[in-house]
Design a binder for this molecule. Structure first.
Ligand code: SAH
Length: 346
């Protein structure tokens, strides 16, 4: 019989499990507290449980526990990248970013990715598997424990397409924002997607307070298809309609991510075209100078192009910011650290 992944269970489910094991429901609450507040790494740490219950738990359940393989800190100390090993020996990466307003962790949602975006290192080896809710949670728990920093914001922008792993993503969001756990406000959680239209609509029905970020990266389908294979499946019109739907249902403003790639999507004309397409949508645009990866020839747009692009959006009264680059000295772009680790054949 497969062991129960107890860290992926919601508090009521842990209580029910305790009753099933012939114990009291409140024990479930105690165990949940050990896992999601005290961030225990083992059942043996759960000192207010009897030895026999701890043994019973070890027999029936596994407590997912990531181990650190490597940690790289940027020279300025504001960014740290963690490489974690999973119980099946696969590795994933997560990033801690320290801002004035608090600490943000960028987590992975899958091992690898099958979306195939041309500029992204995470997708080069394809998708290996989904991460469980517990494996998403433990990235945050381990970073909080190891760094001693309280995590207040989460971005699901690491390796993987979160909406391609919807069920586990939803469980993750419920547990991380649960008042019985770390209680991180859903308003401080951003989920980034390449734009899976049906899944965006499904997510809208969950009535969450999270921010949805859409990787747009192009003002029209022709340019988008050059960068993102998913554009062959959904048109920008369909994606934007799904965004409107999401906003209508949740009242949450959408973020559009636009990675600027020299000579591909960074011209003035494209800035104008983008402006006219998203005008009237309640949104915010995040311009990201593309992070070049060695497997591709894409280059970052020059800063004057980036500034021009921003100015044009602003003239058209679109909220826009340029993402501050952090941690490029430590391979902090999606999937780069994991990729270089795998390339060494470890
Ligand atoms: N699959 C999701 C989330 C992971 S990627 C998505 O597509 O949104 C998070 C963001 O980083 C996406 O906007 C993605 O397009 C962008 N990204 C990936 N690699 C990048 C790179 N080398 N330079 C700039 N942005 C990159």
């Amino acid at each position: 019989m497969d062991k129960i992944d107890i860290k992926s269970l919601q508090v009521e489910e842990v209580k029910n499990l305790m009753v099933e094991l012939g114990d009291k429901a409140f024990r479930g609450k105690q165990i949940y507290d050990w896992m999601h507040v005290k961030l225990a790494d083992s059942f043996d740490e759960m000192s207010n449980l009897s030895k026999s219950l701890r043994e019973q738990l070890k027999e029936r359940c596994e407590l997912i526990n990531l181990t650190v393989v490597d940690k790289l800190e940027s020279a300025a100390g504001e960014t740290a990248k963690y490489l974690f090993r999973l119980s099946d020996d696969r590795v994933i990466e997560s990033v801690l970013m320290k801002y004035h307003h608090g600490n943000s962790v960028c987590i992975s949602s899958q091992v690898g990715c099958r979306m195939g975006c041309k500029f992204c290192a995470s997708t080069i080896g394809g998708l290996e598997r989904n991460l469980s809710a517990s494996e998403m949670l433990d990235q945050i728990y381990k970073i909080q424990k190891l760094s001693g920093e309280r995590v207040s914001n989460i971005v699901v922008m690491g390796t993987g397409e979160p909406l391609d792993n919807m069920e586990n993503l939803l469980t993750f969001i419920k547990i991380i924002s649960d008042e019985n756990g770390l209680n991180i406000s859903q308003r401080n959680i951003t989920v980034s997607t390449c734009g899976l239209v049906e899944k965006i609509k499904e997510l809208a029905h969950e009535n969450l307070q999270i921010t949805l970020a859409i990787s747009l990266h192009a003002p029209n389908d022709t340019v988008r298809k050059e960068l993102m294979p998913v554009a062959n499946k959904y048109t920008i019109d369909e994606v934007l309609k799904a965004c409107e739907y999401y906003f209508d249902k949740t009242g949450r403003r959408i973020t559009f991510e636009y990675s600027l790639v020299e000579g591909v999507n960074d011209s003035k004309e494209y800035a104008l075209e983008l402006s006219s397409r998203i005008k009237g949508l309640n949104c915010h645009v995040n311009l990201i100078p593309v992070n070049p990866i060695k497997e591709r020839n894409y280059r970052q747009s020059e800063s004057k192009y980036i500034q021009n692009f921003k100015n044009i959006l602003e003239k058209n009264r679109i909220n826009v910011t340029i993402r501050r680059e952090m941690g490029t000295d430590i391979n902090a772009a999606c999937g780069q650290l994991r990729k270089s680790y795998m390339d060494q054949g470890k």
